[in-house]
Design a protein around this ligand. Structure first.
Ligand SMILES: [Zn+2]
Length: 59
C-alpha cells in the first residue's frame, strides 16, 4: 500500500480571487470634468487578503 502521505501541508494556499499576489491594480479617477478614468493604475493592497495573496478562508 502506498503510505506516502503529503507531509508538507503548507504547499498551496488558495489564491485570493480579488487580487494578484496581494495587490490589486485599481483605476482611480482623476478629479476633473472629464469622466474618464485615468489610464494610470495604482497598485493597492488587497483588502480581501490583506496583501497575503491567499484567500481569507481555507475554503
Ligand atoms: Zn487579495
Amino acid at each position: 500500500m502506498s503510505t506516502k502521505r503529503t507531509t508538507q501541508r503548507k504547499t498551496r494556499a488558495k489564491k485570493c480571487p480579488d487580487c494578484q499576489q496581494g495587490q490589486v491594480s485599481a483605476t482611480f479617477k482623476v478629479g476633473g470634468r472629464k469622466k474618464q478614468e485615468s489610464p494610470d493604475r495604482q497598485e493597492a493592497l488587497c483588502l480581501t487578503c490583506l496583501g497575503t495573496g491567499e484567500a481569507p478562508n481555507g475554503n
